[in-house]
Design a protein around this ligand. Structure first.
Ligand code: ARG
Length: 461
């Protein structure tokens, strides 16, 4: 069989297995919009620079629009024999317009072509990820405002530590996700340089204008080094890093939803819309979506690892290894989008059980630190001594099976005679939370203000 693409040099077609390992069309067909945009910019520039005729450029642009229309309509026949999206588009263009199609690839290689397409794709993927994160942040901030004063136990080591509010807890995630969105936009900013015109690796002798194509495609500038332009994928690695960190944050929140909705915690429930049943245990309400969000992190972090491993020790410039960049990237970007939407849905859906959370917050001597702080403030004890005295009071409570706010004044005075009944003002979980008014603390007034600040900021975007 003759060779469809390199018939000049090759007299035979590829072995079946060669085609199977080499063809990327099933994956990179997703770049068709970017590929056509890149080709249109290139053709227009070639004509402007006098490298091809205006008539040929006109035919190319018109033909590419027709190809785009066919792909959009689903009538385009993708061919494995044509390897990838670039050859598929060009071959169809040739069928449509004939000879001028062969001039499109002047001063260009698939190496700079694919690098350009992929940067364009990643650029919008970064924007979409940041927007998806913004939606999740808005959901979290809304729920934080509703729950600014809902007391829950705060944990360290997953042991009851100090009372916090559910709103404060949700806003912690808003802070994390806002940095995630920032990382995507930082990656977008850094990747926005155009490889087109780097050609195969060394640049081109044709008098092309790289500023023109960079500009037409919305890049800030052309890549300054042709070898770097065709062989670097740190733009994708950076985006995948942002995705892996965001996925890690999602998995922490997902894990907390799993814990909160367990009967043992009972802090919150999801409605039927975000729960699944069991085929054998009729009582079950399982948080499958949260579990899957937690698990998607494996895929996303795995994709980062895949591409890091592909890139490691790859000599300059282009090698076919680079073709593996897309499957990993697409998989991670898709998984993140799904996980973000599912999490946004769950956050809007989740129903906190305020009574259960507050009750849990009062267990575990969670206001012990407030006693120590009172001893420092009212009796002038050094904090270390106050810590010791409080430890003895907690031991008394533990021995008598009481919560701290159920102890009698006399019980406490046995430990420290100077304690007065003013101490009861700091023993409740509400008082504990409300007292943490310093900037960044969990006091409901702070939480309400922060939630409102976020809601307003997210509306402006
Ligand atoms: N499908 C290829 C890729 O994704 C396009 C570049 C091919 N270049 C080459 N020299 N074979 O990387």
């Amino acid at each position: 069989s003759e060779n469809q693409m390199w018939g000049g040099r090759f007299s035979q077609g590829p072995a079946e297995i060669m085609e199977a390992i080499n063809a990327s069309i099933d994956i990179d067909k997703r770049l068709w919009r970017e590929d056509i945009a890149g080709s249109k910019a290139h053709a227009a520039m070639l004509a402007e620079a006098g490298i091809i005729s205006r008539a040929d450029a006109g035919a190319i642009l018109k033909g590419l629009d027709q190809v785009a229309g066919e792909i959009e309509a689903g009538t385009f026949k993708f061919s494995k024999a044509l390897e990838d999206i670039h050859m598929n588009v060009e071959a169809r263009l040739k069928e449509i317009i004939g000879e001028p199609a062969g001039r499109l690839h002047t001063a260009r290689s698939r190496n700079d072509q694919v690098a350009t397409d992929f940067r364009l794709w990643c650029r919008s993927a970064c924007e979409d990820a940041a927007a998806g994160i913004g939606d999740l942040m808005a959901a979290l901030a809304d729920r934080a405002l509703d729950n600014a004063d809902a007391i829950m136990p705060g944990f360290t080591h997953l042991q009851t530590a100090q009372p916090v509010t559910f709103g404060h807890h949700l806003l912690a995630y808003v802070e994390m996700f806002s940095r995630d969105a920032g990382r995507f936009m930082d990656a977008r900013e850094r990747m926005n340089e155009c490889p087109l015109g780097s050609a195969a690796l060394a640049g081109t002798p044709f008098p092309i204008n790289r500023e023109t194509t960079a500009d037409a495609l919305g890049f800030d500038r052309p890549c300054a080094n042709s070898l770097d332009g065709v062989s670097s994928r740190d733009f994708a690695l950076e985006m995948l890093s942002a995705a892996a960190i965001a996925a890690t944050h999602l998995s922490r929140l997902a894990e907390e939803i799993v814990l909160w909705t367990s009967p043992q915690f009972g802090f919150a429930s999801l409605t039927d819309a975000f729960s699944t049943g069991s085929s054998i245990m009729p009582q079950k309400r399982n948080p499958d979506a949260a579990e899957l969000v937690r698990a998607k992190t494996g895929r996303i972090t795995g994709s980062l690892n895949s591409l890091l491993t592909v890139m490691k020790a790859l000599p300059l410039a282009y090698a076919k290894d680079l073709q593996e960049d897309k499957a990993a990237t697409f998989e991670a970007v898709d998984a993140l989008a799904l996980a973000l939407s599912a999490m946004t849905g769950m956050i809007r859906d989740i129903n906190p059980n305020r009574d259960a959370m507050k009750e849990a917050a009062a267990r575990g001597f969670s206001t012990a630190t407030d006693i120590a702080d009172w001893l420092v403030r009212e009796l002038g004890l050094p904090f270390r001594d106050a810590h010791h005295v409080t430890g003895r009071i907690v031991a008394v409570a533990e021995q008598s099976g009481k919560r701290l706010d159920q102890l009698a004044l006399a019980d406490m005075q046995k430990v420290e005679p100077k304690i007065t009944d003013d101490i009861f003002n700091v023993l409740s979980v509400e008082a504990s939370a409300a007292s943490r008014k310093a900037y960044g603390g969990t006091a409901p007034d702070n939480v309400k203000r922060e939630a409102q600040r976020w809601i307003a900021a997210l509306k402006k975007e």
